[in-house]
Design a protein. Sequence first.
Length: 239
Amino acid sequence: MGKVTKILAIDSSGLVASAAVLADDTLVAEFTVNNKKTHSQTLLPMVDQVMKMSGIGLRELDAIAVAAGPGSFTGLRIGSSTAKGMALALEIPIVSVPTLEGLAYRITDWKGVVCPLMDARRNQVYTGVYRVKPGQLDCVAGQQAAAVPLFLQQLNELGEEVLFLGDGVPVYEPAIREQLTVSYQFAPVHMNRQSAGAVAALGKIYFEQGKTETGREHKPVYLRQSQAERERAGVGARK
């Protein structure tokens, strides 16, 4: 019997904060909160709790999987800094799981395409298009920041049934109902938000494929500038 792969996963990329511990094909512990507390208050206590409840020591971990973005700029920084600090201290690698891939992997099987939506404000979403089969995630359209009408047009042109999930769904559901001409459904409530368990499961696949990086190498994936950066650029342009 081979060595058991043990992974700590964290996701603070959106409204949800989540931490989980995976040992091979067993999700040993998961702690997920979606109650508007800041991730700076919740994430480290959650990590501490899942590690204690899992009965797995920090030094037993093989890697840390983190939802690397896109998403909330503050949330991504908190998650990435937590992963970086722990990876450097424990001398283990980080598995960067694209946020939207981790979100899509919540769906284990679907006959059409899976489309995670995260509200990016300004009538934009962070989104992507995936086909999900048991133990497999195929990318149809990689994660992107997209204008909602344009992205819905692309889904119409793709011509497949769509399953939507993510915090962008309640924001843009009226547009989906008005503009989408293909068949679609919304994921049920227990599967429609981020989960560190899904990040852990997908992270284990990527870990075994050698898709890792060091704590020093790891950086969040923002896809676009923050509001502060846009404002600074605007001020510079006006000078």
